[in-house]
Design a protein around this ligand. Structure first.
Ligand code: DQA
Length: 177
């Protein structure tokens, strides 16, 4: 009972309390995703990456957060962005690594090393496609994976990340991270 009261007091915003800083989420897309909308639309859909980014920006704003959306075809650039993300003040990472998903130990290391909660995401469902797409080298460094919902995979991943950050702020980060 006493613990329940203490918990309620913790959750109640205090009068004059400082507002929590805005959560900033880094959204990275890897190789060939710059061609979204024109690239194999039967698999990846007709929505462009610019449209995905616009939707994410307004969705984040509605939840009092912000996103910084970037795309690169170059593994090293993605590694640099992930490595700097913690120092740059990001709270979480949404990552569609494209085909690097299936090949890159360097990106796995970068995600682990960043210490940031990361959600791997895909427009298509790699598990239902060619065998080489069934394995992700990056997934073991992530909180979870969202795949198969087209452009909505990005917005679902954003909602999942913001929920995850709210929940871990209440109970602390999971052990082992
Ligand atoms: C992808 C799936 C990958 O297997 C593929 O190489 C991509 C896109 C997706 O979003 O569905 O480039 O990450």
């Amino acid at each position: 009972m006493a613990e329940a009261k203490r918990r309620a007091a913790r959750l109640k915003p205090k009068v004059g309390a400082r507002k929590a800083p805005e959560r900033r989420i880094l959204v990275l897309s890897g190789p060939n995703l710059d061609r979204l909308g024109r690239r194999e639309p039967a698999i990846y859909g007709a929505t462009t990456l610019a449209e995905v980014h616009r939707t994410l920006k307004s969705g984040a704003r509605e939840r009092g957060a912000s996103v910084d959306c970037r795309q690169s075809n170059h593994e090293g650039v993605l590694i640099d962005w992930i490595g700097a993300a913690g120092d740059d003040g990001f709270s979480g990472l949404l990552f569609n690594p494209g085909a690097f998903t299936h090949t890159s130990y360097a990106l796995y290391d970068a995600v682990r090393g960043s210490g940031l909660p990361t959600i791997e995401l895909h427009l298509s469902n790699p598990a239902a496609r060619e065998a080489f797409r069934h394995r992700s080298t990056i997934a073991p460094a992530c909180v979870g994976t969202i795949a198969g919902f087209g452009a909505a995979s990005y917005t679902l991943a954003l909602a999942a990340m913001l929920d995850h950050l709210e929940n871990t702020a209440l109970v602390g980060p999971p052990a082992g991270r």
